[in-house]
Structures are given as structure tokens and as C-alpha cells.
Design a protein around this ligand. Structure first.
Ligand SMILES: [Zn+2]
Length: 156
């Protein structure tokens, strides 16, 4: 979000709050360039993004799914939740800015990969090696869970 004071695009979210009815999300932000603090409001827009999955079914774009996938890939890695959320926010913003209202899940995967590559090679490799083989983040999630369970079992 562009800083109203200095125009920098680098900010971090300090706090996120939902209105009582849950229709508005309020975010308190701090500019990383000049330190100025400002507030943004997020509402549901008419315009929404559709994701075409590998099996050609269509589902609404779900930022939380992206966040969950990155969190899984970056588990125990030096990536903060804020950074993860930022990636998902940026991807959504990019898609809306580009007018890409129909996008394949593979393309979203590529966008995530590009960002993870810069941020942390280990998380990137985890994401690539695992996500590519699955239809859905949910499958990925289940794989990671079963993988962790196996590790715990062998550790005894
Ligand atoms: Zn600023």
C-alpha cells in the first residue's frame, strides 16, 4: 500500500481487525521507509478472481489457501507470517491489477514460487517438489502431515 506521506510502497501490517459484522477488515500499517503509520480498510469487491484447477474445475480465488500452502512449505524456516501474508496480498493485487480474473492454479503456483525463491531457497524447493504433484493445497497439506507423522514415528 502506497504510503500517503512519502509514496513508498513498502509497508508492514501492524494490526488487523475485523468489524463487528465481519464485512470490513481494518489494517494498521507502518511505512518501512519513513515510519508513518496509516490505516486501510478492506471490503469485498464485486470483481473476483476465479481459479481454474488442473482438472478444469473452477473455484473462487482464496488467499487463505495460498497463505496455508506457503506456511506449510516454510515451516521452521526464517519466514514470518507477515511475509507470507504479504506474498499472498501481492499476488492478489497483481492479478487484479493485470485484470487476470481467470487464472490457472499453476500460474498462481508459479507466482508463489518466484517469491519464495527470492525469500528462502529451502521453502522454495519444498513448495516446488511437493506442490507440483498435487491438485490442491489440501492434498499438499495432507502430504506434509503424513510426512511429519512418519518422521515422528521413526524418531520413536
Ligand atoms: Zn512513508
Amino acid at each position: 500500500m502506497k504510503c500517503p506521506k512519502c509514496g513508498s510502497l513498502n509497508d508492514k501490517v501492524l494490526e488487523t481487525r475485523q468489524s463487528k459484522e465481519g464485512v470490513v477488515i481494518k489494517r494498521r500499517r507502518e511505512c518501512l521507509n519513513c515510519g508513518y503509520r496509516f490505516t486501510t480498510y478492506e471490503r469485498i469487491e464485486e470483481e473476483y478472481i476465479e481459479v481454474i484447477k488442473k482438472n478444469n474445475t473452477v473455484e473462487p480465488f482464496n488467499k487463505e489457501k495460498i497463505i496455508r500452502g506457503i506456511l506449510l512449505a516454510s515451516k521452521n524456516r526464517p519466514i514470518t507470517q507477515e511475509q507470507v501474508r504479504q506474498i499472498a496480498d501481492d499476488i492478489e493485487k497483481y492479478l487484479l491489477d493485470e485484470g487476470k480474473l481467470k487464472v490457472s492454479s499453476a500460474e498462481i503456483g508459479d507466482l508463489v514460487k518466484n517469491r519464495l525463491k527470492e525469500l528462502d531457497p529451502v521453502s522454495y524447493l519444498r513448495f516446488v517438489s511437493v506442490f507440483d504433484g498435487f491438485e490442491d493445497i489440501k492434498d499438499f497439506e495432507e502430504f506434509i502431515k503424513s510426512f511429519e507423522k512418519k518422521n515422528l514415528d521413526t524418531k520413536g
